[in-house]
Design a protein around this ligand. Structure first.
Ligand code: GCU
Length: 676
């Protein structure tokens, strides 16, 4: 049930008079989001407060009722509405001020979101009188699930797929409905159900029917599905579909192949949200295979989807393997190199989906310069809820503070305020589409993503996609109250651990902008700094006996700093104005270079690794304080995780400091590192 536990509140009797006695749901059709909202409100109020409300469909005397529906449904049922809230798509009006509680959506989905918001308030014992409109910041608020048809999940840490097994859609989709419910409660309106590394067999007619069943399971919660496509599907001998000899995106036979498959999907899923496409990336086929542009590739799908109202999320994660002996080669340059020349060539229903940083979900990256370089294109930011490089749910890492460094970053395009969040919302460049894609990778594990505390990241992802200005701490504390309870020591402990967790992980893994330093060849887990260099993957550190860091300057390096607008570029071009935490991202410096903090690069490595690992020890002792304050089951489960993290943080610390001590030969001033 994640945070939708609706646990009974003590002293609940006291609030009975503040609660409605009747619920009026203004749509009687089973499976409509407004119908769902009525049921959810009834169950929530019953479970939290033990008060049984009856649910009436359609018109009913509004006094001492709670009315949930769309603005239009309300006007139809009651003739008029005295207020005129300013709502955009999926927005809602919530008022608890009068004798009637009003929860009115711009559409049915909005009404359901308002119902979940009301339930969130009362589940936290909050009976403040409110009357306000709430609108999402961006229209696209999706998750991506990297599920394979065989039931495995790429970079998933919570068991097998809830969608697929043995090449087909599973028969029991109860858990899919439960997931949709969780997502609706945080305003998520779309789920791409299969891996970006897609398999053409998803397009077999039987699987298209299966997609229809998945969509049916999620629709009552207003969650639409999307699917990832394998670019060369037309030549992949998909059982039940025509088999072509080309997948050239401008070939007529290919165009009609995709139009036909798209029509089939819309027959099974009339409200399909759209496609997600990874092309010409990491060895995958794409338009470049035929010397066509990425825009021609994206528009192939855009045109097939256009009559149905769907969108193409086209990933900017396109890069080639590189030769490290070329000082100017830089994977971080790839996205702008590929996409900037194409700005203006993408159809209106194409959205360029951009990972937050220029490389790949590292513990710290600057914001991707691509956000600033394609003002004529719709964009979305890709975040990762699953902790691929960030401890894989075995380490506590509360991610919103990391995400905020990107969302709140000002690109200064044309010397005007240009926050990344205002670019992806469509506001800055006046685009109609845009938003958020979060890679979640839920599984069959009871915790959904692999650990109880990691669920704060999913909760916060939805809340930030709805309103990226909200405060990570208050989001977290809502989550704690809903997930555990409102005991101040529970709130304070989990808050402190969570807020210290990303800085601690950064400190004992790769600090100073040196990427995460995990093994990058296979697992992306645990320390393995020697895997960064001497590969073609381009996640280099260029560390030798004297120096470390990528020179990304225009004057002497890869020119990456020059991909940012001038005001930002100037900062990153110069060591003096590059923040310490990105120093080694942008500059190749001596280990003895002195940081703004006054210590040398190598000494800072030593100090931060010891400090970060020490903080991880306190997570264990802090968590132990919660024994008896939360249920034993979750206490014990998380205790195990925190013991693991405490130990693994020491492994991290020692692996990294020893590696750079050996390489540099420079002693730790505190005498902690090396042979004693
Ligand atoms: C990372 C990840 C891959 C994934 C890729 C992507 O490199 O490790 O598993 O396929 O990103 O986002 O496409």
């Amino acid at each position: 049930a994640a945070w939708l536990r609706y646990a009974p509140l003590s002293g609940a009797q006291h609030f009975h008079n503040s609660l409605p006695s009747h619920i009026v749901a203004l749509n009687s059709t089973l499976g409509s989001p407004v119908y769902t909202a009525g049921q959810e409100l009834q169950n929530g109020i019953q479970s939290i407060y033990g008060k049984q409300c009856d649910v009436h469909q359609g018109h009913w005397d509004a006094a001492s009722s709670l009315v949930v529906g769309t603005i239009d449904q309300y006007k139809k049922a009651y003739g008029s509405l005295s207020i005129n809230p300013d709502l955009t798509g999926d927005g809602y009006w919530l008022s608890t001020e009068g004798s009637t509680v009003q929860i009115l959506g711009q559409n049915e989905r909005g009404a359901l979101y308002g119902a979940f918001q009301y339930l969130s308030m009362i589940a936290q014992g909050n009976f403040t009188r409110v009357a306000y409109a709430s609108n999402p910041d961006a229209p696209i608020r999706w998750t991506n699930e990297w599920d394979n048809l065989d039931g495995s999940i790429e970079r998933g840490f919570a068991g097998n797929s809830i969608f697929f097994a043995n090449g087909v859609v599973v028969s029991n989709l109860t858990r899919v409905s439960e997931y949709a419910r969780i997502l609706a409660s945080i305003g998520i309106n779309g789920v791409v159900v299969n891996n970006v590394n897609a398999n053409a067999s998803l397009l077999r007619p039987g699987n298209i029917q299966g997609l229809g069943r998945i969509a049916d399971a999620m629709r009552p919660y207003g969650v639409q599905i999307g699917v990832s496509l394998f670019f060369s599907s037309p030549t992949s001998a998909v059982q039940g579909q025509a088999n072509l000899t080309t997948f050239d995106p401008i070939d007529e036979s290919v165009v009609s192949w995709w139009a036909n498959v798209t029509d089939q999907i819309y027959e099974a899923v009339p409200d399909m949200a759209g496609y997600l496409v990874k092309a010409n990336s990491e060895g995958q086929p794409g338009p470049l295979t035929y010397n066509r542009t990425l825009a021609q590739g994206a528009n192939l799908f855009a045109k097939a989807l256009q009559p149905h109202g769907g969108v193409v999320m086209f990933r900017a994660f396109v890069y080639n393997q590189l030769n490290e002996s070329d000082w100017k080669a830089d994977r971080a340059n790839a996205a702008v190199d590929f996409f900037k020349p194409l700005d203006g060539e993408f159809d209106d229903n194409v959205v360029i989906q951009i990972k937050y940083g220029p490389i790949d979900f590292q513990v710290r990256e600057p914001a991707s310069p691509l956000f600033a370089n394609i003002p004529q294109s719709n964009t979305a930011i890709e975040l990762q809820v699953t902790q691929e490089y960030l401890g894989q749910q075995c380490h506590l890492v509360y991610l919103p503070p990391l995400w905020k460094t990107i969302l709140d970053f000002d690109m200064r395009v044309d010397n005007e305020p240009s926050l990344v969040r205002n670019i992806v919302s469509g506001q800055r460049f006046k685009k109609a589409l845009g938003g958020y894609a979060g890679v979640v990778n839920v599984g069959t594990n009871e915790t959904w993503i692999g650990s109880h505390l990691a669920m704060s990241n999913l909760y916060a992802y939805g809340r930030l996609a709805w309103d990226p200005t909200s405060d990570p701490t208050s989001i977290l504390q809502d989550w704690i109250r809903l997930t555990f309870n409102a005991d101040p020591s529970v709130i304070n402990t989990i808050t402190q651990m969570s807020l210290e967790s990303w800085p601690a992980y950064e400190n004992y893994s790769g600090n100073l902008g040196e990427q995460t330093l995990t093994d990058i060849l296979y697992t992306h887990f645990g320390p393995n700094p020697q895997t960064q260099d001497n590969t073609a993957w381009g996640q280099w550190t260029r560390a030798d006996h004297n120096m470390i860091g990528m020179d990304r300057t225009v004057s002497n390096g890869t020119g990456n700093s020059g991909q940012y607008p001038p005001a930002v570029a100037t900062d990153y071009e110069n060591i003096a104005t590059t923040p310490d935490n990105l120093l080694l991202w942008f500059h190749h410096v001596n280990y003895t270079t002195v940081l703004k903090s006054g210590v040398s690069v190598i000494q800072d490595f030593y100090n931060q690794h010891y400090a970060g690992a020490a903080t991880a020890q306190t997570f264990l002792s802090q968590w132990q304080l919660l024994q008896g304050k939360i249920d034993d089951e979750r206490f014990t489960d998380q205790l195990y995780r925190q013991s693991y993290q405490a130990g693994h943080a020491l492994v991290w610390r020692d692996a990294i400091v020893n590696f750079y001590h050996n390489l540099s030969g420079i002693a730790d001033k505190e005498g902690r590192v090396g042979n004693h």
